[in-house]
Design a protein around this ligand. Structure first.
Ligand SMILES: NC(=O)c1ccc[n+]([C@@H]2O[C@H](COP(=O)([O-])OP(=O)(O)OC[C@H]3O[C@@H](n4cnc5c(N)ncnc54)[C@H](O)[C@@H]3O)[C@@H](O)[C@H]2O)c1
Length: 260
């Protein structure tokens, strides 16, 4: 059984999808969760539903000033941070030939700089937790940081950077008992990328959500795409003391997609 009792945990991008499920599970496992999102109303709704001392704070992960404010609030309220989950991210699909460098910069600013800023700004609080126990950072990468997906060049580059960044920071902080690990989800049913146009079939017709789901499911050995509930327990394990010797590691959860 994973135990997060007495842990103070900050999760970014907690208003939706994987972040929402992760905070809900963390709280059920005993953690006091601080939900952050640039959609603070959404995060507050989730925090209200969770109860158990859960709170919500506005945080756009690209904003260094907001990171400092959030860490100052956690310092004042709790004096330390045991777990940081850098989950907030965006995904923009675009054929490489049509994608200018701004597509890369936009995804890097959130998916990579956001993670760097978070680890950097929260480090003093994480060190305080580690001084009397241990602290854990979990960064949400993607299988597209490992394998390629057509039209995902910039997203893949950003998620590959999260893997490299996590390992580099992990080895520097290992002796201080601040662990840093990565999770690499496969396709998960969330709002990610919901704002872009669906793919088309050979006749140019837009595929329906059911057709997209069926096409993805056919590619995955498990026969289905994942749910946020497939990822949150992995993050919870890495956040917990049960993973005390696990750092600089990467965990794939993709129903066998990258194994095939
Ligand atoms: N869904 C998938 O198939 C999948 C697969 C692999 C990796 N991931 C990764 O999982 C993470 C969570 O995504 P999700 O699938 O739950 O998507 P989601 O869109 O449901 O949730 C993402 C959350 O991040 C927030 N967010 C976006 N930009 C932000 C910013 N600049 N600052 C703060 N919050 C911001 C959004 O408001 C949203 O609440 C992302 O890093 C994503 O890349 C998702």
């Amino acid at each position: 059984m994973i135990d997060l009792a007495n842990k103070i945990a900050l999760v970014t991008g907690a208003a939706s999808g994987i972040g929402k499920e992760t905070t809900t599970l963390f709280a059920a496992l005993g953690a006091t969760v601080v939900l952050t999102d640039r959609n603070v109303e959404g995060a507050a709704e989730v925090a209200d539903a969770i109860g158990n001392g859960a709170s919500a704070l506005a945080l756009d992960v690209m904003d260094a000033g907001q990171w400092s404010e959030v860490c100052a609030e956690i310092d004042a309220a709790h004096g330390r941070l045991d777990v940081l989950v850098n989950n907030a991210g965006i995904m923009i699909a675009r054929p490489f030939a049509d994608a200018g460098v701004e597509i890369l910069r936009k995804q890097y600013a959130i998916n990579v700089e956001g993670v760097y800023l978070g680890m950097h700004t929260a480090l003093p609080l994480l060190r305080r937790a580690a001084a009397t126990g241990s602290a854990s950072i979990v960064n949400v990468s993607s299988i597209y940081g490992k394998v390629a997906g057509s039209e995902y060049a910039a997203y893949s580059a950003s998620k590959g950077a999260v893997r490299a960044l996590s390992k580099a920071v992990a080895i520097e902080l290992a002796k201080e008992r601040v662990r840093v690990n990565c999770v690499m989800p496969g396709p998960i049913a969330t709002n990610l990328g919901a704002d872009w146009e669906p793919p088309k079939d050979e006749s140019g017709r837009l595929l329906t959500p059911e057709e997209i789901l069926a096409a993805w499911s056919a590619l995955i050995p498990a026969g289905r795409i994942g749910m946020p509930q497939d990822i949150a327990p992995l993050i919870a394990f890495l956040a917990s003391d049960a993973a005390g010797f696990v750092t600089g590691a990467e965990y794939i959860a993709d129903g066998g997609y990258t194994a095939a």
